[in-house]
Design a protein around this ligand. Structure first.
Ligand code: 8U8
Length: 600
């Protein structure tokens, strides 16, 4: 017997404003920003459309500052922050690190000097990046002061926070600041921090401690080399514990946005779990985001932001957005982290490397398409059986719906049929469905089919260009349907477990889109030059892009993928005597002329 399809019926009567609250990532340590691998990572990451990944939260940035006989040397810190800002990221700036180990936070009288350090840093940033830019940033206290990243105890942490705020306010009053970024639910450090912000006094200014947001870290499950199941609902449950605690004991703080800026399915970024390289990861990312809307925001929580702390560099099974081929071997960068500024020149050099995108980043390309009005979908029970939906419209009424099928279990299979009907879609509509699942393919599966040497036999991943290119194609969402619908949009969509699918729908149009402005950058790959092809995404809803190679001057462009690309860049190995061509494709399938991507 075939089960009847799961009905997905967005309810327009419940539509409300929707904020894309998941646009952050992080990594450690900050000095990775000086490496060619991280600089390439950010260049590729910034091609997530519509600033789909906007905030970057590195640890230990202040270890890049050196104390000199007179004053501080900020040059390495500024170089690192330039890398973020030049790639259009907004720093979520943890005031974390100890310049030349000059501060003994267990001692006395260090607070005015810390305030002055922060103030000087902010004054320099204001000159370098401008005041308006700085007002977009978030400033946060030391990462996870309830774990051994902070060893000086609660009292010193509160003084440290006061000195941070005093320094920020001395330089540029009103910058956004908060904390405590704690790792443990309702830990004594969390309680001490919120009590101080509620009823304490800034030790340096005598004012009430300023706090614009509360940050906590809640993840799906503790670290383990076993593929144990995360408890995704547990993330929201524990965030509610923090909110309930504030409501009960510190109501004056209970309205502050709650930010979970390390909202990962599992602790331990460095441990290898192959599910991090398959469709399991994009599906659970989509589910956790939807849970934050349904179980937090819809129930009155002051939802701030949600970050996946997946900006690290590493291999298939590690918590990263790309798989690193070649380059330097990455270790437990954070736990073993000790900054050695004498080795900075070594950081700037590396062996040849290539990056291959993971499906966990492709789902950010999908999420980025969602509109600013959410249309709730009643009667789904994704937290019990897996299939869920985030349905949205934009201001013009165009639909973007993200469907997902995810369970909190790594080793389950199966498939469901979803029947999606969009309301109020009379007359003609163009519809496109793109999907990520392991049945179509995934880059890790392409890799597994090879007999290339892999760890522990080889300390670094390596692959010929043809395999790198095949893996990159397999990372992109696949086109499942492109169709013109008359009077009603009613679609049956097969959703294997795990998977994510994006449905885009707009009133039909036969006008071809204008060609994109396309660029080509030659970058150094593992096996020689690679092409980073990028284009201006424009603002027309549903218009996406094809990349093709053409022989010589007059050859016909041959697309490298049979699906339009959601991101605003694609990487491929350079091929002699070929030209790279790009075109825009509207939802109707109407395409612009091809344009050549040229080096500028
Ligand atoms: C609870 C816990 C145990 C442990 O052994 O290591 C941890 C490391 C624990 C909690 C947090 C933690 O560090 C944070 O989480 C990391 C991770 O790998 O999950 C990183 O994502 C973060 O950068 C770090 O702040």
């Amino acid at each position: 017997m075939t089960a009847s399809p799961i009905q997905v019926r967005p309810d327009l009567s419940k539509a409300h404003a929707f904020d894309r609250f998941w646009r952050g990532t992080g990594f450690s340590p900050g000095e990775l920003l000086l490496t060619p691998e991280m600089q390439r990572t950010l260049k590729l990451l910034s091609a997530t459309p519509c600033q789909g990944v906007e905030y970057l939260r590195p640890h230990f940035l202040l270890n890049l500052v050196s104390k000199k006989a007179t004053g501080y040397d900020f040059s390495l810190l500024e170089e690192a922050v330039d890398v973020m800002v030049d790639n259009h990221f907004v720093p979520f700036f943890e005031i974390m690190g100890n310049p030349s180990d000059a501060f003994d936070f267990r001692g006395t009288d260090w607070a005015p000097a810390w305030r002055d350090l922060v103030a000087e840093m902010i004054q320099r940033f204001a000159i370098r990046y401008g005041e308006d830019e700085l007002r977009r940033w978030y400033f946060e206290s030391w990462n996870e002061p309830d774990l051994p990243w902070w060893t000086s105890g609660e009292a010193a942490f509160l003084v440290y926070y006061d000195a941070c705020v005093a320094g920020l306010d001395a330089a540029l009053p009103g910058l956004k600041v908060g904390g405590p970024g704690t790792a443990r639910t309702l830990s004594p450090m969390f309680k001490a921090f919120v009590a101080h912000c509620d009823a304490g006094e800034n030790r340096l200014t005598g004012e009430r401690p300023r706090c614009d947001f509360i940050s906590v870290h809640e993840k799906g499950v503790e670290k383990s080399y076993e593929d144990i199941a995360p408890d995704s609902v547990g993330i929201c449950r524990r965030e509610w514990q923090a909110i309930d605690y504030l409501r009960q004991y510190h109501p004056s703080l209970a309205g502050l946005p709650i930010i979970n800026n390390e909202c990962d399915p599992q602790v331990g970024w460095w441990q290898h779990h192959t599910w991090r390289a398959t469709a399991y990861k994009p599906a659970i990312i989509a589910k956790i985001i939807d849970q934050h809307q349904r179980l937090m925001a819809d129930r009155g929580a002051p939802m701030g932001m949600l970050f996946n702390d997946n900006g690290f560099m590493g291999e298939w099974g590690q918590r990263t957005q790309f798989t690193l081929f070649g380059g330097r071997s990455v270790s437990k960068a954070q736990s073993e982290h000790e900054t050695d500024l004498k080795r900075v020149d070594e950081l700037r050099r590396t062996d040849p490397f290539s990056l291959v995108k993971k499906p966990s980043l492709s789902v950010m390309d999908m999420l980025a398409q969602l509109g600013d009005t959410r249309v709730p979908v009643p009667d789904l029970t994704p937290d019990e059986d897996g299939p869920g939906a985030i349905a949205t419209q934009d201001k013009s009424g165009n639909w973007a719906v993200l469907l997902y099928h995810s369970r909190d279990a790594v080793r389950v299979s199966g498939s469901v049929k979803i029947n999606l009907e969009l309301p109020d879609t009379q007359s003609l509509w163009d519809v496109l469905v793109l999907a990520l699942n392991d049945v179509d393919d995934n880059p890790f599966a392409v890799w597994e089919l090879t007999d290339l040497p892999r760890p522990p036999r080889s300390p670094k991943l390596t692959a010929p260009s043809v395999v790198l290119d095949a893996m990159r194609r397999a990372a992109e969402p696949r086109q499942h349907l492109r169709q013109r619908c008359q009077d009603v949009i009613n679609l049956d969509i097969e959703m294997p477990l795990p998977s994510a699918a994006l449905v885009l729908a707009a009133p039909a149009s036969d006008i071809p889109p204008p060609p994109p402005v396309a660029k080509l950058d030659e970058i150094d790959g593992l096996n020689g030059p690679e092409w980073f092809v990028s284009w201006d995404e424009g603002s027309a809803f549903g218009v996406r892009f094809d990349v093709a190679l053409a022989d010589g001057e007059n050859g016909e462009p041959v697309p490298v993928l049979d699906s339009p690309i959601l991101a605003s860049a694609f990487v491929l190995s350079a091929v002699a005597d070929k030209r790279v061509m790009v075109r825009s494709v509207a939802l109707s399938g109407m395409a612009s002329d091809w344009v050549e991507a040229v080096c500028v």
